[in-house]
Design a binder for this molecule. Structure first.
Ligand code: NAP
Length: 264
């Protein structure tokens, strides 16, 4: 069997949620550079989404804009209706957007939990059910995005961390069920990525958080959105055709390191 090991995305069509900023935008850029048409999804910040779409088009491919609140199944449906109408089919769906209220466990209300689970987990199930029919007859790829908080405890991270753990599991179930239809499903688990959201999470503690993480990262820096985009590009391409149901880290080795006898 001869497998095409190029990273080319020429002729492919991708939808990336939360691609107006951060990891999603870097992935949209990487896909576009390799020849894919990209649907840029956002919730509120239209100017950022337009800038991301313009950047995609600068590589000579098509971009469409989709505004959708992922808490709303009706808005998810409208997003897929627009993608179906304008792209006709889909090769890659990357469930990247996330949001939560960062709270200690004992202060979390039901609605904090419900809203986080809707955006991080339930929207992905709904979206996957809409994406799969658009992948019929193609080598479809579903990518989800987890975080270290699925396995490790971080302050104020219980809502999204537990939802990400369920998302990793959902990815495996999707992989098992969709493999016979030629669709792979994998989950990317980034380290601490230098984006708006990590600054929002750490607030005034950001610089301390950053230096603590760097001191425990063998590669000596924070994860950048482009590091995550590189893994997404590989998983979306033909070279990754036989990888499915995996949670794959991209963190410069941060999760390798435990405390040593010298206390560091
Ligand atoms: N940054 C990190 O350190 C880190 C680490 C590990 C994993 N991750 C994961 O990586 C993914 C991307 O993170 P990021 O830091 O790149 O994100 P980001 O910069 O905060 O961007 C978030 C994106 O999601 C959209 N969004 C947020 N809430 C939404 C909602 N309710 N409905 C629809 N869209 C919504 C935003 O659109 P608007 O701007 O229009 O609202 C934006 O496009 C997330 O799944 C995150 O959990 C991040």
């Amino acid at each position: 069997m001869i497998v095409d090991l190029s990273l080319s995305m020429k002729g492919k069509r991708a939808l990336i949620t939360g691609s107006s900023r951060g990891i999603g935008r870097a992935t949209a850029r990487a896909f576009a550079k390799e020849g894919a048409d990209v649907a840029i999804h956002y919730r509120r910040d239209e100017a950022a989404a337009r800038a991301a779409a313009d950047e995609v088009r600068s590589y000579g491919v098509n971009a469409i804009l989709c505004k959708a609140e992922l808490e709303s199944p009706a808005e998810i449906d409208a997003m897929f209706d627009a993608v179906a109408e304008q792209f006709g089919a889909l090769d890659v769906f990357m469930a990247n957007a996330a949001a939560t209220a960062f709270k200690p466990v004992m202060e979390m209300k039901d609605y904090h939990f419900d809203r986080t689970y809707q955006v991080v987990l339930k929207s992905v199930l709904h979206a996957a059910q809409r994406a799969v029919p658009l992948m019929e007859g193609r080598s479809g790829r579903i990518l989800t995005v987890s975080s270290l908080g699925s396995r490790f405890t971080l302050p104020n991270y219980a809502g999204i961390g537990s939802a990400k753990a369920a998302l990793e599991s959902l990815t495996r179930y999707l992989a098992a069920e969709l493999g016979p239809r030629g669709i792979t499903c994998n989950c990317i688990s980034p380290g601490v990525v230098e984006t708006d959201s990590v600054r929002f999470y750490a607030k005034e503690g950001f610089e301390t958080f950053k230096s603590n993480v760097i001191s425990r990262t063998p590669m000596g820096r924070l994860t950048q959105p482009e590091d995550v985009a590189g893994l997404a590009l590989f998983l979306a391409g033909d070279a990754a055709a036989f990888i499915t149901g995996q949670v794959i880290g991209v963190d410069g080795g941060l999760t390798l390191i435990s405390y040593g006898p010298d206390g560091r």
